[in-house]
Design a protein around this ligand. Structure first.
Ligand code: NAD
Length: 450
């Protein structure tokens, strides 16, 4: 079957109205939960093979994340799908007005490699909740997970509504030529532009979950022990290959030595003396990315780490102090385990630093100063934000997830995902009662005065 026939097949099924049915949606969602639960070990093995993911980390951030997402959505979907009444003004009276969420059709989901299971199945949960069909295209850079999804999805889900296409640029380019009703892409902004250009041809709406350099600001009032622990967890989880990982730190010069000490302590506590042998520390996805990240190591003074083993796809958690701001370390998204720390003179200068750059996917501040926190939230634009922590907003299912500007378009998670993949149709219904004559021609002077 070619891609055109595949998309047409799903379109016919969508038009049969089956995916619109709330009972069908819930049943398919629970099948996703069953898929990850019944194949938990196979999922963990695939993630270990693709990224050397520690089992506990993979279970928390991928496998159980999906089960939790399904539970959250299944409980609320009836409420979200209901008509949403709005006020009807006098000119449209008598009448009733409401918003009716309706499914969009067939969605193309293109996943990225860093959370290769979650980044295909979590969008799928949102897509199904809204009553759509989908073609899934997992990342070819995580081949074990891609193959597992290709095997399991047809076993658990309705194959008339859902299918998996494996492959890379060639297959994705062909898929993108098809007239989908929505395209959801997770990955880098360069390919995001390719996806959006292809979508424009068919006027297909897009959701783009992209990346960027997520900054952290730490002030003098922050509790450095807690700050360092939360930062170390968020930065070195998945060996730094997390789209919302802290990319760099801005802080006062005087705070750098105690911060480095606190971070070193956390690294040792989490991964031991021999980090390479730690079962809690993952690997870089491939040698190309390992070389790319290793090339950043010459950008400044290394305060900790710096060891690499390209063949083993290993890069040690590394701290670099005051790198050159025009070096690739500070212009590219790092997407690896190097954490630059940059001295900054003031809160105002930190804000300026961030505002001069692309709007990030996330931004983080560590402070006890309430006024400063409020000011940061009101002035710093980013897709998501955390105060005194990193990444954890992602554990709150009612918070929409997505970027802003170059870090993304559209949001998902919970109701935001349901709304994103629904068309929110406006409906006005009226009875056959006589209207006020003023609405109809002829438009006499008298009517105009009324
Ligand atoms: P990737 O290489 O896996 O690419 C993503 C997808 O795009 C893959 O399915 C791939 O097949 C497809 N693709 C690649 N080149 C293409 C082309 N020329 N035409 C059509 N399709 C193509 O992933 P990546 O881009 O290396 O992922 C890392 C980036 O993703 C980072 O910037 C990261 O911040 C971002 N990211 C964002 C999120 C988020 O939720 N916002 C999550 C994870 C990763």
């Amino acid at each position: 079957m070619n891609f055109e026939q595949q998309v047409n097949g799903h379109r016919c099924y969508f038009n049969s109205q089956v995916p619109h049915d709330l009972k069908w949606r819930k049943q398919q969602l629970l099948q996703i939960k069953k898929l990850v639960e019944e194949n938990e070990q196979a999922c963990l093995d695939a993630l270990e093979q693709d990224l050397g993911k520690p089992a506990v980390e993979a279970w928390i951030t991928e496998v159980s994340y999906i089960s939790g997402d399904v539970d959250h959505v299944v409980k609320r979907i009836d409420k979200w799908a209901k008509k949403r009444k709005v006020r009807t003004p006098i000119v449209a009276q008598p009448g009733r007005s409401y918003i009716q969420p309706e499914p969009q059709g067939t969605v193309l989901i293109i996943g990225a490699w860093n959370y290769p299971l979650q980044l295909v199945l979590a969008p799928l949960v949102a897509v199904i909740s809204a009553g759509n069909c989908a073609i899934l295209k997992p990342s070819e850079l995580a081949p074990a997970t891609s193959a597992l999804l290709a095997k399991l999805v047809p076993q658990y889900l309705d194959t008339s509504a859902f299918s998996v296409v494996e492959g890379g640029v060639e297959e994705t380019t062909k898929l993108l030529a098809q007239p989908f009703d929505h395209i959801m892409y997770t990955g880098n902004g360069q390919v995001g532009r390719i996806v959006m250009t292809a979508a424009a041809k068919h006027l297909t709406p897009v959701t783009l979950e992209l990346g960027g350099k997520s900054p952290v600001y730490i002030d003098q009032s922050a509790d450095l022990e807690i700050t360092a622990q939360r930062l170390a967890w968020g930065k070195w989880m998945n060996a730094g290959q997390t789209c919302i990982a802290p990319d760099y730190i801005l802080t006062d010069k005087s705070l750098i030595p105690p911060l480095v000490t606190a971070l070193k302590k956390q690294i040792k506590q989490m991964f031991g003396e021999d980090i390479k042998a730690s079962p809690s520390y993952g690997r870089i996805v491939n040698q190309r990315h390992t070389k790319r990240i290793a090339s950043y190591l010459s950008s400044g003074e290394i305060a900790f780490g710096g060891t690499t083993d390209i063949d083993a796809k290993y890069i040690e958690p590394t701290l670099i102090i005051d790198p050159a701001l025009d070096s690739p370390l500070m212009t590219d998204e790092i997407f690896g385990p190097i954490l630059p720390i940059i001295s900054i003179e003031s809160f105002a200068q930190a804000k300026q630093f961030i505002k001069e750059r692309d709007k990030p996917l996330s931004s983080y501040i560590f402070t006890k100063d309430k006024a400063q926190t409020d000011n940061w939230i009101s002035e710093i634009s980013s897709g998501n934000q955390c105060v005194n922590d990193v990444i954890m907003f992602n554990a709150v299912p009612d918070l929409p997830f997505g970027g802003v500007g170059p870090s993304g378009i559209g949001q998902y998670s919970g109701k935001a995902g349901f709304d994103n993949f629904s068309h929110l149709k406006s409906v006005l219904t009226r009875p056959f009662l006589k209207d006020l004559p003023v609405r109809f021609a002829p438009y006499t002077q008298l009517k105009f005065k009324l």
